[in-house]
Write a new protein. Structure first.
Length: 160
């Protein structure tokens, strides 16, 4: 009489080993995917890496910044931040951005279609306008004077 429990035991160990290897591999791949996803999200939502695109003054201190960038052939970006400033000439590098074009009361900004949740321009009375930053790169800029020495600035940047 043969003992069948011993003959199936190596198969069980092999299946168990394969399952463990698959789980370890899956876990590793999941961790890599999450890490790559984090880096991509950070790159698409990192305010500091997009300052130059918006023509902001070097060293400008901002708070409550929000940003979402959607790259591509016709990239778009939504941005909102608060800054201590009396006017946009203190916010933008005036050699890059013509702030005289950004003084229209009651201006409307584009970008409402697939905008982020924090893009609340529909509920604000903005002063601003549109300006070309570089060849085929434009910004709609609107701001609210918070009457406490700060401005909340909204930027919809886009390529055409």
């Amino acid at each position: 009489m043969t003992d069948t429990s011993q003959s199936s035991h190596p198969r069980r160990n092999a299946r168990s080993g394969c399952l463990k290897a698959a789980l370890i591999t899956f876990g590793f791949l999941a961790a890599v995917a999450l890490g790559v996803g984090f880096l991509i999200h950070r790159g698409l939502a990192d305010f500091d890496s997009h300052r130059e695109m918006m023509g902001l003054r070097s060293g400008l201190e901002v708070r409550d910044e929000q940003l979402r960038y959607s790259p591509g052939m016709d990239g778009i970006m939504w941005c909102r931040f608060t800054v201590e400033a009396k006017g946009l000439d203190e916010v933008f590098d005036t050699s890059l951005v013509d702030v005289s074009e950004l003084n229209e009361p009651g201006c409307q900004l584009r970008g409402a279609g697939s905008s982020p949740r924090w893009w609340d321009v529909q509920t604000k009375t903005l002063t601003g306008g549109s300006v070309e930053v570089r060849n085929d790169e434009f910004m709609d800029v609107g701001f609210v004077d918070n009457e406490d020495g700060t401005l909340t600035v909204y930027i919809f940047w886009f390529e055409v």
